[in-house]
Design a protein around this ligand. Structure first.
Ligand SMILES: N[C@@H](CCC[C@H](N)C(=O)O)C(=O)O
Length: 287
């Protein structure tokens, strides 16, 4: 691997879904950010460590003319260097960085361009340091009977609900009385139908905790089991609200190993996800 000149990075997380943030406003620092470099940065022993990388780059430097009013593009990469359309925890961390650096005005909605379209961030109380709500747009629900997930170690197959939040999800409801630990270790990616998910899938396992309240574990495409997944929490909320036949506008509490997110499905078919976003370190690296 080639060694780069030292360049700035930050480390942040949203409900312990953690990211290496790479400021690269005009695209001159990283050029074509290689999968190899992403893997080196995300390595938890030899690198900085993270579930993914968030490159902060101006729309004009990467997708000129496609920002629909957004100035900034979240160039998201998974831990293994693969691309994803969207990252829900990542976009809040991305917004935290922009607000902290004075690159956006947190008293106003902030549009962020992603491969999954423009997502708009709202900062609680207009403050740069409170919770952040991401308007994740409309979910796509593809049905509930023809998708299954197999966790090899447990030799179990579950039906799953196929939902897209820009990226693909399979939501599995465990039987009443089951616990999330019953799924067993999620070291390997759950098996899934390649015909349904040709580009892989994020798999969520869900138990109910009470009215409009669930808990979940997630195995992320390109990252393994993580402590949280924002788009996964949104997919889980949609699947649960459909199962509940719930009216729109009810906030659902989604507990994850790394924290709690609140997700609401609006009357006009948008998913609003609210949660924390934290920057914990900054420095330079030549990785
Ligand atoms: N952790 C993210 C999702 C990241 C992308 C995902 N692994 C994929 O490949 O689609 C989130 O918070 O949404």
């Amino acid at each position: 691997m080639t060694t780069a000149a030292p360049y700035p990075f930050l480390k942040g997380h949203g409900t312990e879904n953690d990211f290496v943030v790479l400021p690269d406003p005009d695209g001159s620092v990283h050029g074509e950010l290689s999968a190899e470099r992403v893997r080196a940065l995300c390595d938890r022993r030899a690198g900085i460590g993270g579930d993914g990388v968030l490159r902060v780059i101006r729309v004009d430097a990467i997708e000129a003319g496609r920002g629909q009013g957004a100035e900034w593009f979240m160039d998201y990469r998974n831990h293994d260097g693969s691309l994803s359309e969207m990252c829900g925890n990542g976009v809040r961390v991305f917004g935290r960085y922009l607000a902290r650096e004075g690159l956006v005005d947190p008293t106003r909605p902030v549009p962020v361009a992603t491969r999954g379209g423009v997502k708009t961030l709202t900062f609680a109380g207009g403050a740069a340091d409170g919770k952040i709500t991401a308007d994740m747009g409309a979910p796509e629900v593809f049905g509930s009977s023809d998708v299954s997930v197999v966790v090899e170690g447990e030799k179990r197959t579950w039906p799953a609900v196929h939902i897209s939040m820009g990226n693909p999800h399979a939501v599995v409801f465990l039987d009443e009385g089951a616990s999330l630990a019953d799924v067993g270790p999620l070291h390997d990616a759950p098996l899934h139908d390649e015909g349904v998910y040709p580009d892989g899938v994020n798999v969520e396992f869900v138990v109910r905790r009470g009215p409009a309240h669930v808990a979940m574990r997630v195995h992320e495409r390109g990252a393994g089991e993580t402590r949280s997944c924002g788009t996964g929490a949104c997919a889980v909320m949609v699947a649960t609200a459909l199962a509940d036949d719930a009216g729109r506008g009810t906030p659902y509490r989604i507990d994850l190993p790394g924290g709690t997110l609140s997700v609401t499905w609006t009357d006009d078919d948008r998913i609003l996800m609210t949660g924390p976003a934290v920057l914990v370190a900054s420095g330079t690296t030549a990785l």
